[in-house]
Design a protein around this ligand. Structure first.
Ligand SMILES: [Zn+2]
Length: 189
């Protein structure tokens, strides 16, 4: 269908998005072609996210400012939860049981370790909470981080079970996650 090249193009772009297959992409593209007002609203919203949102320079969370509102709030608890993705921050914030700071650890490298050290120092952090979904890899990552940061005067803890092994936070009900944070346990070294 040469005549519908632009729709074809939109379908292909939509298909590249997470959890959108060919069927949904086609349905969405056709519905957007039909409802021009909705389509422009969507285009505008996407443009706004692209131009306004970037990563917080301190923690890696999404923010419309250089420093996100969590890092910028001096009244939060002196704890630092290390998470895997900005989405985990959204989910934990929604649970309402945690009022400390966060750090998004997308990969283990010296730059991230340095950033964690700076947060600990600047925010006077007393406790680091490893808030990874339980798995063998995250266990190894906790041990590695603990070893790299053991010279600092902080306690280490890990969220409790209640979050099933190998299951990501977005698939865990909020009560289980809240319980896992509340019942976090100290890691003795
Ligand atoms: Zn931040």
């Amino acid at each position: 269908m040469k005549d519908l090249k632009s729709i074809q193009n939109l379908i292909e772009i939509l298909e590249e998005l997470p959890s959108i297959g060919k069927k949904s992409a086609t349905r969405l593209a056709l519905s957007l072609a039909k409802d021009k007002f909705k389509a422009l609203k969507l285009a505008n919203a996407i443009e706004e996210v692209v131009s306004k949102v970037s990563e917080c320079k301190e923690c890696g969370n999404f923010s419309e400012h250089e420093i996100c509102e969590i890092c910028d709030n001096p009244n939060r608890d002196k704890t630092l939860a290390i998470v895997e993705t900005p989405k985990d921050i959204m989910i934990i914030e929604e649970s309402g049981v945690y009022n400390g700071y966060y750090f998004v650890l997308n990969h283990l490298d010296d730059e991230n370790l340095q950033k964690i050290r700076e947060i600990i120092k600047n925010k006077n952090i007393k406790e680091i909470i490893f808030a990874f979904p339980p798995s063998i890899e995250s266990e190894a990552r906790c041990l590695y981080l603990e070893d790299k940061l053991k010279d600092l005067e902080v306690e280490f803890s890990q969220i409790a079970q209640g979050v099933p092994t190998g299951v990501h936070f977005e698939n865990v009900d909020i009560n289980s996650l809240a319980k896992a944070i509340k019942l976090r346990f100290k890691i003795s070294s």
